[in-house]
Design a protein around this ligand. Structure first.
Ligand SMILES: [Zn+2]
Length: 223
């Protein structure tokens, strides 16, 4: 969804001044809008729209929403083994005896594990790094769960690691870091295939995606 960038409240722009005129500081509505604007993809307009929606909604709806947020904050934590978000530690995936314990899928964020899980078909376990290496954002190896990954590979006798970091410069650098980290270990490494989306068209694909699609081709008939 396209959303306007969240401008700073109280800034010098005309729009910011307009915002203050409509919602003067120290009012409850201003405070709510400021908090909503801190959420990802929510700009000023969306924050105002949501605040007005909540204003018109029955009181129970606002109460249920705030209670759901608090309940989630109280109950959700991180799995001490895979660092996925969970209400129980270890998480249900780590505890599931029917999962392939020798197969590990490495992802940047818990949301990525959720996406793979929702897609279905994957029967191994996960390891959530907590982000990706990013010199620009100041994220270094010590900020991510690399050491824990190395320990798991040894202790859980992992046979294959699927590198499912994002197809971005930082995601690729993170995948390369893990490849180097595991060089001396008896573990197979694979990278998720990148290329064209299902239902997509070659005509509209960008050059990099097409290059990746060709590099990641799979053989249909082997002679
Ligand atoms: Zn877990």
């Amino acid at each position: 969804m396209q959303e306007e960038p969240s401008g700073e409240v109280g800034g010098q722009g005309r729009r910011a001044l307009g915002f203050q005129r409509h919602f003067p500081k120290r009012t409850s509505q201003h405070a709510l809008i400021v908090h909503l604007m801190k959420l990802p993809t929510i700009g000023r307009k969306s924050a105002e729209r949501l605040a007005f929606h909540l204003l018109k909604a029955p009181a129970e709806q606002a109460e249920e929403l705030s209670a759901a947020i608090l309940r989630m904050k109280e109950r959700l934590g991180y799995c001490s083994r895979c660092f996925n978000v969970t209400e129980e530690d270890p998480c249900p995936v780590c505890r599931d005896p029917n999962r392939d314990t020798k197969l590990l899928c490495v992802v940047e964020e818990a949301m990525d594990a959720l996406a793979i899980e929702s897609a279905g078909g994957y029967r191994g376990r996960y390891h959530v790094l907590g982000g990706c290496l990013s010199p620009l954002k100041g994220v270094t190896a010590s900020d991510l769960h690399f050491e824990e990954l190395e320990r798991r590979v040894a202790e859980e006798e992992i046979e294959e690691i699927i590198l499912a970091t994002n197809p971005t410069v930082d995601g690729e650098a993170t995948a390369l870091y893990i490849t180097q980290q595991c060089q001396s270990r008896e573990v197979r490494l694979s990278r998720i295939a990148m290329g064209l989306p299902m239902g997509g068209s070659l005509e509209y694909a960008d050059e990099q995606t097409l290059q990746q699609a060709l590099l990641g081709r799979t053989r249909i008939v082997d002679r």
